[in-house]
Design a protein. Structure first.
Length: 247
């Protein structure tokens, strides 16, 4: 069922809360050296999919493999960079102290620690704020620090849940430039977003609606298939087609 270069493999993954179906037999894969985008409106199931995949929530059916393993699995944590939708930071510490703490947790050698922290901080434009306490940061600055933490350790696989929420357009472009640079070096990235423009920057994009993936392919292929100019237009047409089929 799995291919050697599938760093994420979801097979008919299902999750319910009470009588609500959050994930309905979702299948998706992520190859080495590609960016897969997961887009959909709030409440579509994007964050739940990531939590089930990483073992934070128990699946009701199907299978989820990350780096060939069922999560949670401590042995592969060092190869993952994860950014949650909610920031998990030590607000009494400075940004630098947060980065040092998580770098040590990831087992980054002391010889690389300073350079890695400086690079990650520069990517998210926090290099001038490293010695400020996080409790004084804006919401957008906290998101940027969470992303910098995820980038530490040169992980094989990045899983980023809404990484650019609250970030200005210029910095968003800078972050996507870095993600594509990492992709070109063979890293793999799963990124969720509700910003449809960002979907155009992925190698493949999955459209998630009502707990189902209603389309999954490269942005250009989807635009051709649906005779659309943008991924946003593809989403609207795919949604209409789905509702028509259910009527």
């Amino acid at each position: 069922m799995t291919e050697d270069n599938d760093l994420i493999l979801l097979d008919r993954l299902s999750k319910t809360f009470g009588d609500r179906t959050i994930l309905n037999k979702v299948s998706l894969n992520l190859h080495q050296g590609e960016i897969v985008g997961l887009i959909g409106p709030s409440g579509a199931g994007k964050s739940t999919m990531i939590k089930v995949m990483l073992g934070m929530e128990k699946a009701d059916g199907g299978e989820a493999l990350v780096l060939g393993k069922t999560m949670p699995n401590r042995d592969i944590l060092a190869e993952l960079g994860y950014m949650a939708q909610a920031d998990a930071l030590y607000e009494k510490l400075t940004a630098r102290e947060n980065l040092i703490f998580f770098a040590v947790m990831k087992g980054i050698p002391k010889s690389e620690l300073v350079l890695q922290i400086e690079h990650a901080a520069k990517v998210v434009d926090l290099d001038r704020n490293l010695d400020q306490r996080v409790k004084n940061f804006s919401g957008g600055m906290k998101r940027r620090l969470s992303l910098a933490i995820a980038l530490l350790g040169k992980p094989r696989l990045l899983i980023l849940d809404e990484p650019t929420v609250g970030i200005d357009p210029a910095l968003r472009r800078q972050i996507w430039h870095e993600l594509r640079r990492l992709r070109d070096k063979g890293r793999s990235i799963l990124v969720t977003t509700h910003v449809m423009d960002e979907a155009e920057l992925t190698d493949r994009v999955a459209l998630l609606l009502h707990g189902q993936i209603i389309a999954f392919d490269s942005p250009k292929k989807l635009e051709n298939d649906y005779q659309a100019d943008t991924v946003e237009e593809v989403f609207l047409k795919a949604e209409a087609k789905m509702e028509e089929a259910e009527a």
